[in-house]
Write a protein that binds this ligand. Structure first.
Ligand code: B3K
Ligand code: ZN
Length: 881
C-alpha cells in the first residue's frame, strides 16, 4: 500500500524513460498464496538518452526472488531492490535481457489491484498502477511493449486460463495435475492494459465477422450457473462492434474478444486488450434480478470498454494527466451509441442529470480540478466525473462547433496519425484544427481551467424597431484548490438557441450583431456580449443552451410565465425538460426558505399537461415528472444548506403535485398496458418508468389509495424494475407497507448478491430518527460484507447519496460515521475508502452547525494514529483546503 508520504506528481516534470522495452515475456505460476512471476524484458537504451543511466523500475509491495541480466545472475552490488523500486545501477549500452522473478500472494491482496483471487478466480486489475504490484516494470502508459503470457495453474480449480491477445498454445504440465496456456498480443501496449484470468468459469460464445470480413470469436465468461444471465451483454457487445464500424470506421483487430465477469471489482469494468474484465454487476442480467436501468447500464459499459479498443488501447495516453483523452472521448462515444440505440433526447437528459449530479458538485467544491489536471498525488483519485463526464462534454462541444462532418474528419485524422501512439490532448485538438482549418486555441481552455461557468442571460424586445437584444455574461467562480486558478479567463461557449415566437415556432431573424452566429449556434467568446437580432416580428422567448450545448450553469432572468411557456412549447425537448427543472428548483428553494412560490398552480397545471401529452414519448414524460433530488437542491442553494428544510419542502411539493394531478396520474397509470412478456427495450422501459413516476406522486399525495396501489404494484411485480420501483416509493416515503415489502423482497432474493445489493441500497435510504443506528444494523445483515466493493457501494454509497437527511444530520452523526468507516476501509482497500470519503466534497456548502461537525470529522481522519493511504489522505486534505 502506498502511504501518505507520496510525492506530488507534476505534468511539467514529464520525461521519457531512458530505456524502451520491446518485448515482455511473462510466466505466471498461479498458486493461491504464493504465485511466482517470471518476467523477461528486452530493453534498449532510448536514442538520445543519457548513456549508462540507471534503470529504475516501479514496484509496490513486491518481493524479489531473483534477477538475471543477459542470462547471468546479477551481482548484488549491481542493483538495489525494495518493495517499491528496482534499480539496476549501470545497465549495458546495447539491447539486453533482464529476467525478474517475484513472488505474490493473490489471496492476501484485498486492495483488488494487481493479481488477486475473487471467489476462487484469479484475475488482475492494472490500471492505473497495478502492474507494479505484479513485477518491477516501467509502469506508465508511454512504455509500449509486445506481451506474451504463459499461465500455469491447477487443472481442477483453474480449467480456464485467459490472457491478452490471441491464444497460442495450451497443454498439460507433465507429471503434475497442472496445465498451461500461452497468449500473445501482437499490439504493443502499456502495462496498465495487461490482464490474466484463471478459474473454473463457463462461457457463452458467438461468432462475429467484421465489416472487412475478419472472423472474431466472442466469449463472455461467468461463474457456472450464471450463463443464462449473460445474453444481454453479448447482444450489447455485438451491437457496439457494428456501431463502431459504421459510425467511426473502427474494426476489431484480434481473433478473439473475451470478457470475464468477477464479483469483487473496485470499479465497473476494465478495457484490457482483448480481455475485458468486468464487475459482474455490468454483465449479469435477467428480468428477475436486473432493472431497466441495469440493462441500460450494461449496454453502456460493455460498449464503453469495447470502444476503448481504439480510444485508449490503439491510441493511449502519454501520461495519466491525459486520462480524459481516453476516458472523456470514450464516454462521448458510449453516449452516442446509446443515443443511436435509444431515444436521443431522453439519453441527453439522462446524461445531463448525471453530469449535474456528479460533476457540478465536484467542480463547485474543494475537489474541483481541470479536465486535464496538472498535478496529483494519487492518480486513482482522478478517475472523476470531471475527467469522464465533463471530458465527454468537451468532445461533444468540438462536434457542436465543427459540425458532424468536421468532427468525423478530425477523428479520422486522429486515428490515422496517432495509431500506436501514447498521445496528448494537444495532439487530439490539433487533428480537429488541421482537418477543418479551424482554430480551437480558445476552446482548449476548457481542458485546463477548472470550474463551472455561470452564464447570465437577459433579453429585451423592441416592438417598434423589431429587434431583440440579448445580453450574455459569463463568470467562473474561483476554485481555490486548483493551483494558480483564482483568476478565471472567459471560455469559448457554444450556445444552441432559438427565439420562440408566440405560437411555439422559432422566429426568423434577418441579421445579428454582436456575436458569431451560424444557424442555431452562437459562440460566446468574451466575458460579456450583447447581441441584437433584427427583423423579429413578435416578442420572443429566448430558448438558450438547447441540447445542453455547453456544461455551464444558466441563470436566466425569464419570468415564471415565460419559463412555463418554454416548458410547454419549446421545440427542443431538452429545454422543455430543463424549463421544468428550473421551475421546480426555484419553487423548492423558495419553499425551503418558508416562502410560498408564485405561479405554483400554473406550473402544476403545465406539468399535468405534459404528462397527458401523448405526442411525447413515455420515457421523456417520465423524466419530466420527478422533482430535483435533495442533493440537487442543496447544490443549487450552494451555501448555508439545511438538508432538513430542503427535505420537508420537497416532500410538501411532491404531495401538492400528487394531490393536484392525482386523477391524471391515476388515469395514465391505469391506461398504460405492459406486454405480457418482459423486454428491456427502450420503449417498454420508458413506459415502466413513466408508470412508476406517476405512482410515486400518487403515493406522495397522502391519499390512502396511492399507497395501496403502490403496495399492489409491488405485490404484482413480475420483474425487478417494477419490484424495485415500488419498493423505493414505499421505503423512501415511509408508507405502512414498507417493512413488509422489504421482508418480502429479502425472502424472494436472498442468496442472489446483485439483487440483495438493491435491497441494501433501498434499506439504506429508509428515513429514520436514528439513521446511523439503522445503518449499523444493516451492516450486520448477511447480505452485506466489508470485503466486497459492490456491497459497500450499495449500502454505504446508498446511504451517502440517497439518504441526504441521514448523512447530513445536524448532530454530525453521519459525518462521524463516514470518518469511522473511511479509516476502517482504508486498512484493506484504499480505493474504496477514498471513493466513500469523497462524499465530504460538498461540506463547505452546509450551514454553520453542520460545517463544524464535518470539519471536525475530516480532521479526525487526518489526525488518526492509523497510517493513511495516499488515496484517502489526498482527498481529505483537498476537502480541508
Ligand atoms: N479504465 C477503467 C478505469 C480504471 C480505474 C482505475 N482506478 C475503466 C474505464 O473507464 O473504462
Ligand atoms: Zn473508460
Amino acid at each position: 500500500m502506498r502511504f501518505e508520504s507520496a510525492q506530488l506528481i507534476k505534468l511539467e516534470d514529464y520525461k521519457e524513460t531512458p530505456y524502451t522495452i520491446k518485448n515482455v515475456s511473462l510466466v505466471f505460476k498461479l498458486h493461491a498464496e504464493a504465485t511466482e512471476v517470471i518476467s523477461s524484458l528486452t530493453l534498449s537504451p532510448r536514442a538520445g538518452s543519457d548513456a549508462g543511466a540507471p534503470l529504475e523500475l516501479d514496484g509496490d509491495e513486491l518481493t524479489l526472488v531473483s534477477l538475471k541480466l543477459n542470462g547471468a545472475v546479477l551481482d548484488e552490488a549491481a542493483y538495489s531492490a525494495s518493495a517499491d523500486k528496482l534499480v539496476v545501477t549501470s545497465p549495458p549500452a546495447e539491447e539486453f535481457e533482464l529476467e525478474v522473478v517475484t513472488r505474490l500472494n493473490p489471496t492476501a491482496n484485498t486492495q483488488l489491484m494487481g493479481l488477486y483471487l475473487s471467489q476462487g478466480i484469479y484475475c488482475t486489475q492494472c490500471e492505473a498502477e497495478g502492474f507494479r504490484r505484479i513485477t518491477y516494470y516501467y509502469d506508465r502508459p508511454d512504455v509500449l511493449s509486445v506481451f506474451t503470457t504463459r499461465i500455469e495453474a491447477d487443472k481442477s480449480t483453474s480449467p480456464i486460463l485467459l490472457g491478452n491477445g490471441n491464444p497460442q498454445e495450451t497443454g498439460d504440465i507433465e507429471g503434475t495435475d497442472r496445465h498451461f496456456a500461452v497468449w500473445h498480443d501482437p499490439h504493443p501496449k502499456p502495462a496498465y492494459l495487461f490482464a490474466l484470468v484463471g478459474g473454473d468459469l463457463t462461457c457463452i460464445s458467438e461468432k462475429y465477422t467484421t465489416a472487412s470480413g475478419k472472423p472474431v470469436d466472442l466469449n463472455i465468461y461467468v461463474e457456472k450457473g450464471n450463463e443464462n444471465r449473460a445474453g444481454w451483454s453479448m447482444d450489447s457487445l455485438i451491437r457496439s462492434m457494428r456501431w463502431d464500424e459504421k459510425v467511426f470506421g473502427r474494426e476489431y483487430d484480434l481473433d478473439v474478444f473475451n470478457i470475464v465477469a468477477v464479483s469483487a471489482f473496485n470499479m465497473g469494468a476494465m478495457e484490457n486488450k482483448g480481455l475485458n474484465i468486468f464487475n459482474d454487476k455490468y454483465i449479469l442480467a435477467d428480468s428477475d434480478t436486473a432493472t431497466d436501468t441495469d440493462y441500460e447500464g450494461i449496454e453502456t459499459v460493455v460498449a464503453h470498454e469495447y470502444f476503448h479498443n481504439w480510444t485508449g488501447n490503439r491510441i493511449t495516453c502519454r501520461e495519466w494527466f491525459q486520462l480524459c483523452l481516453k476516458e472523456g472521448l470514450t464516454v462521448f462515444r458510449d453516449q452516442e451509441f446509446s443515443s443511436d440505440e435509444r431515444s436521443r433526447s431522453v439519453k441527453r437528459i439522462a446524461d445531463v442529470i448525471r453530469l449535474k449530479s456528479r460533476q457540478f458538485p465536484e467542480d463547485q467544491g474543494p475537489l474541483s480540478h481541470p479536465v486535464r489536471p496538472t498535478e496529483y498525488k494519487e492518480i486513482n483519485n482522478f478517475y472523476t466525473a470531471t475527467v469522464y463526464d465533463k471530458g465527454a462534454e468537451l468532445v461533444r462541444m468540438i462536434k457542436t462547433i465543427l459540425g458532424a462532418d468536421g468532427f468525423r474528419k478530425g477523428m479520422d485524422l486522429y486515428f490515422e496519425r496517432h495509431d500506436g501512439d501514447a498521445s496528448t490532448i494537444e495532439d487530439f485538438i490539433k487533428c480537429f484544427e488541421e482537418a477543418n482549418s479551424a482554430d480551437l486555441s480558445h476552446f482548449s481552455l476548457w481542458y485546463h481551467q477548472s470550474g463551472t461557468p455561470q452564464l447570465k442571460a437577459n433579453g429585451c424586445y423592441d416592438e417598434a424597431a423589431k429587434t431583440f437584444t440579448l445580453e450574455l455574461e459569463q463568470t467562473t467562480p474561483p476554485t481555490p484548490p486548483t493551483p494558480g486558478q483564482n483568476e478565471k479567463t472567459s471560455f469559448f461557449i457554444p450556445i444552441r438557441f432559438g427565439l420562440v415566437g408566440p405560437n411555439g415556432d422559432d422566429l426568423e431573424f434577418s441579421k445579428v450583431e454582436g456575436a458569431d452566429v451560424k444557424g442555431d449556434l452562437l459562440c460566446l467568446t468574451q466575458a460579456k456580449q450583447t447581441l441584437v437580432f433584427h427583423g423579429i416580428g413578435a416578442r420572443p422567448v429566448p430558448s438558450l443552451l438547447r441540447e445542453f450545448s455547453a456544461p455551464v450553469k444558466l441563470e436566466s432572468t425569464l419570468s415564471r410565465e415565460d419559463q412555463i411557456f418554454l416548458m410547454r412549447h419549446d421545440s427542443d425537448p431538452f429545454n422543455r425538460w430543463q424549463s421544468a427543472q428550473v421551475l421546480m428548483t426555484e419553487m423548492l428553494i423558495e419553499m425551503t426558505n418558508s416562502n410560498v412560490p408564485a405561479g405554483k398552480e400554473a406550473f402544476i397545471e403545465a406539468l399535468g399537461h405534459m404528462a397527458e401529452d401523448d405526442t411525447l414519448d413515455h420515457a421523456f414524460r417520465g423524466f419530466v415528472l420527478p422533482l430535483p433530488t435533495e442533493q440537487g437542491i442543496a447544490l443549487e442553494i450552494g451555501k448555508d444548506v439545511d438538508t432538513d428544510a430542503i427535505g420537508s419542502a420537497r416532500d410538501t411539493l411532491a404531495m401538492e403535485i400528487g394531490l393536484a394531478l392525482y386523477d391524471s396520474f391515476k388515469r395514465i397509470y391505469e391506461s398504460l398496458e405492459m406486454p405480457p412478456i418482459f423486454s428491456p427495450d427502450a420503449l417498454s422501459a420508458g413506459k415502466r418508468m413513466f408508470k412508476l413516476r406517476c405512482l410515486s406522486y400518487m403515493a406522495a399525495s397522502g391519499k390512502q389509495e396511492g399507497a395501496e396501489l403502490t403496495k399492489a404494484h409491488f405485490d404484482a411485480a413480475d420483474n425487478m424494475t417494477d419490484l424495485m420501483g415500488a419498493l423505493i416509493i414505499l421505503v423512501t416515503q415511509s408508507h405502512a407497507g414498507a417493512e413488509d415489502a422489504l421482508k418480502s423482497f429479502e425472502n424472494r432474493h436472498q442468496g442472489t448478491a446483485l439483487a440483495m445489493d438493491k435491497w441494501l441500497h433501498t434499506a439504506a435510504r429508509t428515513p429514520s430518527e436514528t439513521p446511523i443506528a439503522a445503518l449499523r444494523t444493516l451492516t450486520e445483515h448477511p447480505a452485506f460484507s466489508w470485503d466486497n466493493p459492490n456491497r459497500i457501494y450499495s449500502l454505504i454509497g446508498g446511504f451517502l447519496s440517497g439518504n441526504t437527511r441521514g448523512f447530513h444530520a445536524a448532530d454530525g452523526s453521519g459525518y462521524d460515521y463516514l470518518a469511522e468507516i473511511t479509516l476502517l476501509l482504508d486498512k484493506t482497500n484504499p480505493q474504496v475508502a477514498s471513493r466513500m470519503v469523497k462524499s465530504f466534497g460538498t461540506w463547505k456548502n452546509m450551514n454553520a452547525e453542520r460545517k463544524v461537525k464535518a470539519e471536525a470529522a475530516l480532521k479526525r481522519i487526518l489526525s488518526s494514529d492509523q497510517q493513511l493511504s495516499t488515496d484517502v489522505k489526498e482527498i481529505v486534505e483537498r476537502c480541508l483546503s
